[in-house]
Design a protein around this ligand. Sequence first.
Ligand code: G1P
Length: 306
Amino acid sequence: MADTAPVLKAVVPAAGLGTRFLPATKATPKEMLPIVDKPAIQYVVEEAVDAGLTDVLMITGRNKRSIEDHFDRAYELEEALEAKGDDDRLASVRESADLAIMHYVRQGEPKGLGHAVFCARQHVGNEPFAILLGDDMIDARDPLLRRMIEVRQRHGGSVVALMEVEPDQVSAYGSAAIEATDEDDVVRITDLVEKPPEGEAPSNWIIIGRYVCDPEVFNVLENTPPGRGGEIQLTDALRTLADMPSEKGGGVYGVKFRGRRYDTGNKLEYLRTVVQFASERDDLAEDFLAWLHDFVRDHPVPSARP
Ligand code: G1P
């Protein structure tokens, strides 16, 4: 059932402890780790804004104050740059403060992604909204979120982003059972399982961290018991919605994403992302790639060394 209510709000959960990056994340949120010279979280907010979502609610926790500072004005710094006439840096400092209307709510207790999303209930109210998870970055040239909003407006219900991965990777994600529709990149979701044990996944299609949800998800989350890892799982709430396709706010669709996704959630993927982004920067690519070519030539993979 079509639902043309506009999607205007984005929810960005950012309350995690970032334990995979300790000790860097002892006093700095993992969301603030730089991809070259911009914190990862800024790319995520830019993606929301590019999709027309200028109201961004961040779900934060302890030790996350620097995220708020980053999206705020920094008068002392701005004055210093102004006095030096350093216009480029001044613009880059102001950019993050002018991106979107930012709101913050604290999660309090780390009870899972579903609980983090539930903390957005009051701010979101009775409107459809998007969720963007900071560990996944979608290339700005591959506008996934816009497509998901279109699908939500055509079909109603909720929409998740899906990607096909090798079978041995599925257990690290939420996995979906899917049915084709008459659109090549859109599927109907009939089941969802959070981090299925190996061999028990409904398919090789995993949920990547982009969702467009009907506000009905809040009513479901309220009654969703802790699931995998003892946490309240968003995947479990969406599974309930998938089970009620003809009820108000029910039904879940998937958009198959075939574009460029970067993972910043673990060290190896984070390093790859930094290298990829540096390689595409006009101000760095030439020198960086020249160095990288020599470096790789002089450093064979340890297991391949004679
Ligand atoms: C979360 C979701 C999972 C999804 C993943 C995408 O897991 O629970 O369903 O596949 O994000 O990155 P997390 O990575 O927070 O454990």
